[in-house]
Write a protein that binds this ligand. Structure first.
Ligand code: 0WD
Length: 254
């Protein structure tokens, strides 16, 4: 029963119950979908396991996108358990906190590479593996932010990585389209999560959005979850290569 009945897939990037990935996982489960969750390291395992239990999901295992073996092991486990998947949600990003403040011009080569690898390349890395598990097509969704399009205070190198991520969505959509695999991004408005707490003056950004967005409020993880549900379901079967804003409309005024 539900929009996701009979569908199975992976949601990457749950760190805790405030993660956007968790909002999406809950929405998919609410419509009858079966969700596999990964965790990055033992510290997050303790948080992810009970969340997976809450939605009757599969705990796939440790997945650190900088460690190819762990990524391969997760996809092998999913293939063994399920054979095929219908959707993949990528909600992963990282940059050194020290460079999410101050000036972009001061970005180090080391953190630039690391940010691009974790926040941008990893989508392509998981898409390569997901393609093999989607013989009948499927949906891949990633998370981006308005800082890709316009300069946002303190977003710095992450804005550059998100711009590259959005370009990746378009290239992946073209490559995977013939296999009936859709690739889209949700550009979410700011939400106070673990990752966001690393961004300088984040509270100010939240307030600024609340005062200026057409809907005069910020968005919740449950709301972004519903947009994720739309992209993972057949409701969006004709949509690919899209960057869809779920931001109370901020992008039309910002
Ligand atoms: O305002 C926000 N929170 C927005 C977030 C607005 C618009 C977009 N986004 C994006 C983020 O950039 C990210 O791509 O949404 C995605 C999810 O982020 P989130 O839900 O805001 O943050 P969080 O709950 O912290 O989840 C991100 C997780 C990591 O958490 P921490 O905080 O522990 O770094 O990404 C995962 C990790 O679980 N992650 C990794 N997973 C595998 N390998 C890695 C890695 N190397 N690094 C981070």
């Amino acid at each position: 029963q539900g929009l996701m009945a009979g569908k199975r897939g992976l949601v990457l990037g749950v760190a805790n119950n405030r993660s956007i990935a968790w909002g999406i996982a809950k929405a998919i489960h609410g419509q009858g979908g079966l969700v596999g969750l990964t965790y990055q390291g033992d510290a997050l395992r303790k948080r992810v396991e009970p969340l997976a239990a809450e939605i009757g999901g599969l705990v796939v295992g440790h997945c650190d996108v900088t460690d190819t073996e762990s990524v391969d092991a997760c996809f092998a486990k999913v293939e063994q358990e399920w054979g095929t998947i219908d959707f993949l949600v990528h909600a992963i990003a990282f940059s050194d906190k020290d460079e999410l403040t101050g000036r972009y011009v001061d970005t180090s080569a080391e953190n630039f590479s690391k940010t691009m690898l974790i926040s941008c390349y990893s989508l392509t890395a998981v898409a390569q593996r997901a393609e093999k598990l989607m013989p009948n097509g499927g949906s891949i969704v990633t998370l981006t932010y308005y800082g890709a399009e316009k300069v946002m205070p303190h977003y710095n190198v992450m804005g550059v990585a998100k711009a590259a991520l959005e370009a990746s969505v378009r290239y992946l959509a073209v490559d995977l389209g013939p296999s009936k695999i859709r690739v889209n991004a949700i550009s979410a408005g700011p939400i106070k999560t673990l990752a966001a707490s690393g961004i300088g003056d984040f509270r100010y950004i939240l307030k600024w959005n609340e005062y200026n967005a057409p809907l005069r409020r910020t968005v919740t993880t449950d709301e972004v979850g519903d947009v994720g549900l739309y992209f993972c379901s057949d409701l969006s079967r004709s949509v690919t290569g899209e960057v869809h804003h779920a931001d109370s409309g901020y992008h039309v005024v910002g």
